[in-house]
Write a protein that binds this ligand. Structure first.
Ligand code: PHE
Length: 460
């Protein structure tokens, strides 16, 4: 018995549009900026393998759980959790899971927007031909000049937040749908072009080996936690983004197929980004472990040396901005939907208010790269000895809040919801695939997340 509920915020026009929107949310800075640099910092191959494993056995089942909960509740994650907890006779505290997601979304967007600002800045740097003929040193100094100046970062962060708020204020409109439809394939083609360049860089094999040859001596317990956290981050799981998108999903769409399609596309983009970047790293004698600046210090070298590099470089960063944009709106949508539902605000007002709060929090990240770059708040704890405020925000959200949120979503979907409810909403029958999904969400996910956590904090 599907519920009769309708979302007051409207609905995607088809399953295909939902796939586009969810892919738009999933594919973002996480794939092109974050994945390569954390793979670089954590030794490559073994890290990548753990990450892929997490996508397959934890990510896809949890994505299904989130969509299923969202579509059944058809409200913002906070109200969805409240309604479903009531219907399933579970504790009313489950709504706190919705709240944790809203807070997580704010915190992630606060730094996400600053990094997206770097990509915006690079659109102009690439387009003006600044990278032409540059060596690795020249490219590095362009990057340091950008991040060393708080005013510049602040300006780009502000522009990106305004862009995000404009789209959120208008609601998820056909304009955005069309944009995603055209831009995602374009991004894909451009990444292939870069992989082509990397192929000829002379170090393609070294790059591939780094990415795909697991050397388990290089991975630590913390590295495994980072890989798992990134699986959540890159698929936009654990904070309600996919749940709220699921609440706009038409009734008849298959949740399993959708989740698999989104996860496969997301993973492909990340792997292509890695295959484009690491050969350039090795061909130019760079370090794979330089951290968050990695793509901004490698890809410009490629653009500076290829024919039409100014054009392709500009195009690439434009597409990266779009990828970040379609993710950013999903980070704030759970909060905005709740403000509209519960505080009686118009969408525009809610978007502006949410945007302002996020913008303010973004200052923490802006200053982490310059005037506060020596501020290491948790320096007493060995793993965090070198972590700036930005590093800590990233760690807290991606490696702690998202996996914990995902774990609770799994517990709710597989332990608290009645079996009939999930069979009914997933609509894939009650056969092997349903059994497999439920088995993974019921046992594997919670246990895996718990083990990785306890291991990383040194308890087991
Ligand atoms: N998945 C996005 C990315 O990879 C980031 C994101 C995380 C978006 C969580 C929404 C929720 O860039």
């Amino acid at each position: 018995m599907p519920t009769e509920r309708k979302s007051i915020h409207g609905q995607w026009s088809s399953r295909f549009v939902f796939i586009l929107a969810a892919t738009g949310s999933a594919v973002g800075l996480g794939n092109i900026w974050k994945f390569p640099y954390i793979a670089g910092e954590n030794g490559g191959g073994a890290f990548v393998l753990v990450y892929l494993l997490c996508i397959a056995v934890i990510g896809i089942p949890i994505m299904m759980a989130e969509v299923l909960i969202g579509r059944r509740g058809r409200q913002s994650p906070i109200n969805t959790m409240r309604t479903l907890a009531y219907e399933e006779n579970a504790s009313r505290h489950w709504r706190l899971l919705g709240w944790a997601g809203v807070v997580g979304g704010f915190l992630i967007l606060s730094y996400y927007s600053v990094i997206a600002g770097w990509a915006l800045a690079y659109v102009f740097r690439a387009g003006s031909g600044l990278f032409t003929g540059l060596t690795a040193d020249g490219v590095q100094s362009i990057f340091s000049n950008l991040v060393n100046e708080p005013e510049r970062l602040l300006a780009w962060h502000t522009i990106f937040m305004v862009m995000t708020m404009v789209v959120v204020a208008r609601g998820v409109q056909s304009g955005l749908e069309t944009a995603v439809r055209l831009l995602m394939p374009a991004l894909f083609v451009l990444l292939l072009l870069l992989v082509g360049y990397a192929w000829n860089s002379g170090s393609f094999h070294q790059g591939l080996d780094f990415l795909f040859q697991p050397d388990f001596s290089k991975i630590t317990a913390n590295g495994v936690l980072i890989a798992m956290g990134h699986a959540f981050f890159t698929l936009s799981l654990g904070m309600g983004a996919i749940m709220v998108y699921g609440s706009y999903l038409p009734d008849n769409a298959s949740i399993a197929k959708t989740a698999i399609a989104v996860s496969v596309m997301d993973t492909l983009v990340a792997l292509l980004a890695g295959m484009a970047i690491f050969p350039i790293v090795f061909a130019n004698g760079l370090e794979p472990a330089v951290g968050p600046g990695l793509i901004f210090q490698t890809l410009p070298i490629a653009f500076g040396h290829m024919d039409g590099g100014a054009f392709f470089g500009m195009l690439f960063f434009i597409l990266l901005v779009f990828a970040a944009w379609t993710s950013a709106i999903s980070l704030i949508e759970p909060a905005v939907a709740w403000m509209v539902e519960n505080l009686g605000m118009t969408r525009i007002f809610a978007a502006v208010l949410a945007g302002l709060i996020t913008w303010l929090a973004g200052l923490l990240t802006v200053f982490s790269f310059n005037i506060w770059s020596e501020v290491k708040p948790l320096s007493l704890i060995p793993v965090f000895a070198e972590s700036t405020i930005f590093d800590l925000l990233d760690y807290l959200t991606a490696n702690i809040m998202l996996p914990l949120g995902g774990l609770l979503i799994a517990v709710f979907a597989a332990w608290k919801m009645k079996r009939e409810s999930s069979v009914d909403e997933l609509a894939m029958g009650d056969g092997f695939f349903y059994w497999l999904w439920r088995f993974l969400v019921r046992y594997i996910t919670p246990v895996a997340v718990a083990i990785v956590f306890l291991n990383a904090i040194g308890i087991i």
